[in-house]
Design a binder for this molecule. Sequence first.
Ligand code: AHR
Length: 312
Amino acid sequence: LVSAISVAMSSVAFAESLTVGFSQVGSESGWRAAETSVAKTEAQKRGITLKIADGQQKQENQIKAVRSFIAQGVDAIFIAPVVQTGWEPVLQEAKSAKIPVFLLDRAIKVKDDSLYLAVVTADNVLEGQLIGDWLVKTVGDKPCNVVELQGTVGASVAIDRKKGFADAIAKAHNIKIIRSQSGDFTRSKGKEVMESFIKAENNGKNICMVFAHNDDMAIGAIQAIKEAGLKPGKDILTGSIDGVPDIYKAMLAGEANANVELTPNMAGPAFDALAKYKKDGTVPTKIIKTQSKLFLPADAQTELDKKSGMGY
Ligand code: AHR
């Protein structure tokens, strides 16, 4: 018992001495705000000092923040990379300074993957696939024209979700993506782009479904559909990713149809892996995967109830 207590105490004391710099994408969505808030709570639980820099959706700001964390000599750097390319030089600098880097929720493309220790992420291709499979099942043989609201151009999650959805509907010749544009993961851009899709497609009458790469864009789209005099969830089906409270509320109101939840707790698993790494050099698995699950309106109340205390 005494040794168990002293191990527990030494790991708490150890975690207390850690300082982590987190270069966050920004605050473009409800999910993103929750991820930031959960990161703070998870750091506090472990006695870790967390310094957060808001990149305001710009890679140059994120790179500056990472350089500043390196100069401050933090124990580790977390990055939620806004886009997937262009990270080699700054990661090389972190590596030379012997500062381990964890990627949160989005992946990057680098030739040398020793430039980061691990990435905590969902299977984003699977997320798109789950929505696509649901649509195939839901519409059966009926023709279905889909409009797609993509996430930030160049973001790994947008690329992967697009691919997963396209793969899933490829086998159904009655389902076609007729328009696809970025709404930058924001509610306002999602609404704006959906308005233009509706105008271009016979006041929305040619549209059967909107696939939004995140919930905030879906909520914006729902607003646009209502303003066009159509019923979201009925005249135009919706499918999106994140699981923010507002999408479950929309489901309960009959205005949203399918959702894949993405946990906002990306920092917790990274802190745990970091603590082990610092303690005895345990190298984490390269991809620390979070779960992806499809939820439908029948699950909405239960899922909404679970969201309290999750940073939303
Ligand atoms: O990288 C995760 C995505 O980024 C979330 O789905 C979206 O809401 C956020 O902006």
